[in-house]
Design a protein around this ligand. Structure first.
Ligand SMILES: C[S@@+](CC[C@H](N)C(=O)[O-])C[C@H]1O[C@@H](n2cnc3c(N)ncnc32)[C@H](O)[C@@H]1O
Length: 197
C-alpha cells in the first residue's frame, strides 16, 4: 500500500518557499522541519539541495509514514521524528542551522506555537534561523478577504485554530531569545517570518 499523502497547496508553494530557503540557508545546512505533513516539502527541498540534511517530523503517525515514503530515495533525509511542538522535550539532537514550520501555526492550538518557539530556542545554534510560513494578520487585521474566510473555516474546524498576528508570534519568539529578522511577502497572501536565535 502506498503511504504517500498529497496536499494540493504544496505544488503551488514549494518553489517560492524553496527560493527563500536557498537565499537564507545557502548550500549546506542541517534543518529540522516541524509539522512535515505529507512530506512533499521535505522531498522537494532535500531533492533540490543535496547539501541540506533534512530532519522531518510530525506528531501524526500516518503523516510520518507518508514522509518516509516520499523521501525513501533521498539519502539526505533522516527518518521522520515524532514531535508534538507542545512537548517539553523533542526527540532529536541539535543544534540545527534552521527550524522550519510550514502551515502549522494557524492550524494548531496556540500552545503549539509557544512550543515551537521554545523548541527552536533550545535547538537552534546561535545565529540559526526559524522560518515559519503561512497566513498571518498584520496590525490586528487580515491581509486579504480570502484569509478572513480561511480563518472562519479554521475556527469551524477547531475554535483553538486561527490566523495569528505577526506581532503576537513575534512576542512569543522574543521570550525564547528569537528575534524577528525579516517578514517576506509570499504568493497568495502568505508570509514567511524569519527569526534568528
Ligand atoms: C496543514 S498541515 C501542514 C503540513 C505541511 N507542513 C504542509 O505545508 O503541507 C498541518 C500539520 O501540522 C501538524 N501539527 C498539528 N499540531 C501539531 C503540533 N502540536 N506539533 C507539531 N505538528 C503539529 C499536523 O499533524 C499536520 O501535519
Amino acid at each position: 500500500m502506498d503511504a504517500r499523502q498529497q496536499s494540493p497547496s504544496t505544488a503551488r508553494n514549494r518553489e517560492p518557499i524553496l527560493a527563500v530557503l536557498q537565499l537564507l540557508l545557502g548550500e549546506r545546512a542541517r534543518v529540522l522541519e516541524i509539522a512535515s505533513g505529507t512530506g512533499e516539502h521535505a522531498a522537494f527541498f532535500a531533492g533540490a539541495m543535496p547539501g541540506w540534511i533534512w530532519q522531518p517530523s510530525d506528531p501524526d503517525e500516518a503523516a510520518r509514514a507518508s514522509v518516509a515514503a516520499w523521501c525513501a530515495d533521498l539519502g539526505n533525509v533522516l527518518a521522520p521524528a515524532e514531535i508534538d511542538a507542545r512537548a517539553a522535550g523533542w526527540d532529536v539532537a541539535g543544534p540545527f542551522d534552521a527550524v522550519i514550520a510550514i502551515n502549522m501555526i494557524h492550524i494548531s492550538p496556540w500552545e503549539a506555537t509557544l512550543g515551537l518557539m521554545a523548541g527552536a530556542g533550545r535547538l537552534l545554534r546561535v545565529g540559526g534561523l526559524l522560518v515559519t510560513y503561512g497566513a498571518y494578520k498584520r496590525g490586528g487585521a487580515h491581509t486579504s478577504p480570502s484569509n478572513e474566510q480561511f480563518e472562519q473555516w479554521l475556527k469551524a474546524r477547531d475554535p483553538a485554530f486561527g490566523v495569528r498576528d505577526v506581532a503576537e508570534v513575534e512576542a512569543a519568539a522574543n521570550v525564547q531569545g528569537l528575534r524577528l529578522r525579516e517578514v517576506i511577502e509570499m504568493p497568495a497572501n502568505n508570509l514567511a517570518l524569519v527569526f534568528e536565535r
